[in-house]
Design a protein around this ligand. Sequence first.
Ligand SMILES: NC(=O)c1ccc[n+]([C@@H]2O[C@H](COP(=O)([O-])OP(=O)(O)OC[C@H]3O[C@@H](n4cnc5c(N)ncnc54)[C@H](O)[C@@H]3O)[C@@H](O)[C@H]2O)c1
Length: 354
Amino acid sequence: MNLPTRQWRVAVAGCGAAAFGLHLPALAANPAFDIVAVHDREAERARLAARRFAVPRIAHTVEELLDGADLLAVLTGVHDTLIDAALDVGVHVFTEKPVSLDLERTRALISKARRAGRILEVGAMRAHDPALHALLATVPDPAGGWLIKADGADEAARRALLPPGLEPYTFAADPPQPTPHHLADDQLDALRILLWQGYHLLTALVLAVPGARPGTCTLAAHGQGLTATIHGPGPAGALFTLAIVPAAPGDFREQIHLVGGDFAATLDIARPYQRATGTRLSTHLGSDPHTVFGDPFTAMWNAVGQRLAGQHPADLPTSADLALHVEELAAGLADATHAPVPHHQEKEEQHARR
Ligand SMILES: NC(=O)c1ccc[n+]([C@@H]2O[C@H](COP(=O)([O-])OP(=O)(O)OC[C@H]3O[C@@H](n4cnc5c(N)ncnc54)[C@H](O)[C@@H]3O)[C@@H](O)[C@H]2O)c1
């Protein structure tokens, strides 16, 4: 691998669980990057991150943060305003997913980055996951399958990643972010579930089936989850089912099952913040419990370094192209969303039709 001739100076906005548990360790271990400054709306979080990861500067404003940086890493809950601010002063951006909940806003930011000649890398980490690539190599032409996520948010696991005293999940304090005006409340709920909880499954789907098209989407009662269908390209295309369902605190399942031709395989993905060694691939030939997959975050930051150095494989979409596909698919499913008809109402309607 050709490393850039100098280290890339990274400024980090947002010092929460994703920063402490995923990105700062990967960045600190990567010789292509130098973390030069950290910033958080709660100054104490930035101070603790600077101490743990030996970062020389705590920035108190976004302006201070961007000063002297090559790349801004956006690790907050709302991303678009920070992306905008970095591009305004010619700083490259890595952002956690999604770019935004509003496809038009995302398109505008991707265009702005292109016009500015700056990269906008999106943390579609599943695209860098060796385990997903092993699944796609086993079932190269998927004709159907299912993707399931049941994540009972595990506060205790997150707390363990953070310095003592820091609360996990700060999203309740976030300002409202732009959302498409035409969506009804149920459709907006579906969009949030798809882009917040389902993002990595949608990334996998878009990579497995590049022409994936939205089918139906039904919100579960109380907006706690959804089930959706997604079609492959062509009139008689393949059919995939996506289910994002509630789970008890601490319970976790993220599974992708693909079938195609004589091939079938299932990927059971490790819990968040657990080493990727917990991920298991079973194929039509069986499974090897000793197979250990590499860490997607390490691979992702290597890819960001290569993109900054002007290297990107011509046959792969950039992460911004990929992110746009994911957001387009989510937007199409949100448009198609309807809430379930209550059981008693369904019975009455059936009765009336008789
Ligand atoms: N790729 C993954 O597997 C993965 C896992 C977890 C989280 N994430 C993503 O990472 C992002 C952060 O999630 P998290 O779990 O770390 O959340 P968190 O609530 O633990 O941390 C967010 C941090 O950002 C700070 N913050 C928020 N807005 C800010 C602003 N405008 N300026 C400065 N600081 C600000 C908060 O004070 C907090 O410290 C989210 O977009 C989330 O979807 C991705």
